[in-house]
Ligand binder design. Sequence first.
Ligand code: NCD
Length: 320
Amino acid sequence: MTFRGRHLLGIEQLAPDEIRALLDVAEDYAAFNRQPMRRRDTLAGMTVITLFYEPSTRTQASFELAGKRLGADVMTMAVAVSSVKKGETLIDTALTLNAMRPDLIIVRHPASGAVNLLASKVDCAVVNAGDGRHEHPTQALLDALTIRRRKGRLHRLTVAICGDIAHSRVARSNILLLGKLENRIRLVGPPTLIPAGARELGCEVAHDMAEGLADADVVMMLRLQKERMDGAFIPSEREYYHRYGLDAAKLAHARPDAIVMHPGPMNRGVEIDGTLADDINRSVIQDQVEMGVAVRMAALDLLARNLRAARAGAAGAAHA
Ligand code: NCD
């Protein structure tokens, strides 16, 4: 057993062997999920709560499915109609839920660091489903699994991450993960959307798609995250699409077998051409969604094993 964490808060805390271990387990779940009977009792008797303070389609749905396929009781907190609307703080909500003795809480929150804070207040395992512009570890892991399956390896690849890097937790978690496994990472976008410190993170930077995509094995596109922008970062969406929107002509600068990725939600005609996004010969966007369920099953499974081991250890110590 090489996955050691009590929580899954970020890629930053994971060692390369933990990443590989999680992806190996996820690979088994990917095969399992293609069978007609997709139900196990790995998490039977356990309670999983999802608590999302920001909109979500893929992440929330796949965590819920992952929990259910593993036999857990899954409760989806409808934050928009909860006491959060009456002014309850994140920590008070967390302590309330904690008193109901869940085993795992999956949290998405607009503030960077909020999920780490919550994890320090509760007894259960916590999974970060995206906190501000900080981390989104399961997205980076599902991207890694998708790349590994398509490229046959997860090292010595050239990965171009393009668009709004500055506001993206997906980019940050991917940079950390791909960097730990010795890949070449290029951040491509207008200067206003490239974070300060990109080079210190070991990334190359390009402000031009032709230069940024040259020899890329993987082209990862990101949405303009307007909800995290204060002010105007681009002159217009039309001009942005012209310079940075991925279409067949710009993709021609990458390797002929380069794959196109996007975490979703996608804005067709802004960061990516709709026809290219649907081209199953180049785009692996639907694979990413499929791998999302497998990776989240692996994460829940491994965290539940560690939780059980910790509880058994605590019970043993109490008897001694
Ligand atoms: C991303 C997120 O929420 O960070 N979406 C996702 O989880 N698939 C990316 C985004 O919102 O643009």
